[in-house]
Design a protein around this ligand. Structure first.
Ligand SMILES: NC(=O)c1ccc[n+]([C@@H]2O[C@H](COP(=O)([O-])OP(=O)(O)OC[C@H]3O[C@@H](n4cnc5c(N)ncnc54)[C@H](OP(=O)(O)O)[C@@H]3O)[C@@H](O)[C@H]2O)c1
Length: 348
């Protein structure tokens, strides 16, 4: 088996060497916590302010993370003149409005997934960002992880041949708390928006926007989708994506990119820093190579790479991520809408 070290360092988003921006973080929930902890620990990015709907929660969060300033509203944070870049880490129904506010303030903005609740909302943010010339980026953090660079390199080198099938799943057993935001349609709950975006984003990166989507799944009593299987087809191609997502059950959270010459098998969870093998078509043979993330940046600390990416893109004067543009964020939400239209209400 080949161990390759050069690809270990293929990650283009290195923490050092990019502009060190002064960030403001919107929200004090679970993901805001993970983003702040990972970014402060692994990058020279500075987090100088936090904003919450509650001044108390904001102050407590700031004290916990050594953040200089706290604000009792999101708008006050966005307007803070000492803040250069914003991270929107709140529930999804607020993403569009806060992204628009950030853009109006002329500040680069990293918006948690899902980028918005609908494709129309996402298109509104995209159009505002483009007309203002402000960098707006979906926080699809997996795209900026070292393994994703290594896989892009292998694909560019033709190691897989033609990609014929992408299969990926993201299921977690997280819908059992009736108070969970995941069960609330008004907060952007449901498997597709919260977890399904990961397999959909992987397929989108590798195969583009599907022309046809066949889906089966259920809608839970609260009105959010529960468990969904999807088959995506592409224009002028025999390639397919076979994806699934669930908030009712834990699935392996693995991904396979199968080409005519070889395949990549990503270890689960495929959306965090992980490892993969590149394997040839024959049964029983050793993999051609085995790659493992050796950065020491584990699990959700990997959120820090997207902060580095935004800092780099802002420094380069870009208004969109070259790896995940806003048209793609809109297209993924369109696919989710096409999937959702095929689900069965209240099926058990
Ligand atoms: N990238 C990832 O791996 C990952 C993982 C988990 C979640 N996420 C995404 O991050 C976002 C937030 O998820 P989370 O897990 O952090 O949720 P959470 O722990 O429930 O926190 C949500 C935060 O949103 C703010 N918020 C604003 N309006 C709200 C409302 N009407 N109800 C409840 N909270 C509201 C709250 O901040 P204040 O109370 O301080 O105002 C709250 O702290 C979602 O878009 C989710 O999909 C991403």
């Amino acid at each position: 088996m080949t161990e390759i070290d050069d690809l270990q360092h293929a990650g283009v988003f290195r923490p050092a060497g990019e502009p060190s921006l002064r960030w403001g973080v919107l929200g004090t929930g679970w993901i805001a916590e993970q983003f702040v902890a990972g970014t402060l620990r692994h990058t020279p990015q500075r987090i100088v302010a936090v904003g919450s709907r509650s001044a108390e929660r904001s102050a407590a969060f700031a004290a916990q993370h050594g953040i200089e300033r706290s604000h009792g509203s999101y708008s006050a944070l966005i307007e803070d003149p000492g803040v250069e870049a914003l991270y929107v880490g709140v529930t999804a129904e607020a993403h569009k409005g806060l992204a628009l506010e950030a853009i109006a303030a002329g500040k680069p903005v990293l918006v948690e997934k899902p980028f918005a609740l609908t494709a129309a909302e996402a298109a509104e943010v995209r159009d505002a960002a483009r007309s203002a010339g402000v960098l707006a980026m979906e926080a699809m953090w997996t795209r900026y992880l070292p393994q994703s660079d290594a896989i892009r390199l292998l694909c560019e080198q033709g190691a897989l041949g033609d990609i014929e099938l992408v299969s990926a799943d993201h299921g977690q057993a997280i819908a059992h708390d009736p108070a969970s935001r995941l069960l609330r349609p008004d907060l952007g709950g449901g498997a597709l928006l919260d977890l399904g975006v990961y397999p959909l984003a992987l397929a989108s990166e590798l195969l583009g926007t599907p022309v046809s989507v066949v889906a089966a799944g259920n809608v839970l009593e609260s009105g959010v989708d529960g468990t969904v299987a999807m088959l995506l087809s592409y224009d002028g191609s025999t390639a397919r994506a076979l994806l699934s997502t669930s908030i009712s059950t834990r699935t392996p959270t693995e991904a396979v990119i199968a080409g005519t010459a070889a395949r990549i098998e990503l270890e689960g969870p495929f959306f965090v820093p992980t490892g993969f093998i590149l394997a040839g078509p024959a049964f029983g043979e050793e993999p051609i190579l085995r790659w493992r993330d050796q950065s020491g940046i584990a699990m959700h600390e990997g959120l820090s790479y997207q902060a580095t990416a935004l800092a780099r893109f802002a420094g380069e004067g870009r208004t969109e991520s070259p790896l995940h543009g806003l048209d793609e964020s809109v297209a993924i939400l369109s696919t989710i809408e096409a999937v959702r239209a095929q689900l069965t209400p209240y099926a058990t």
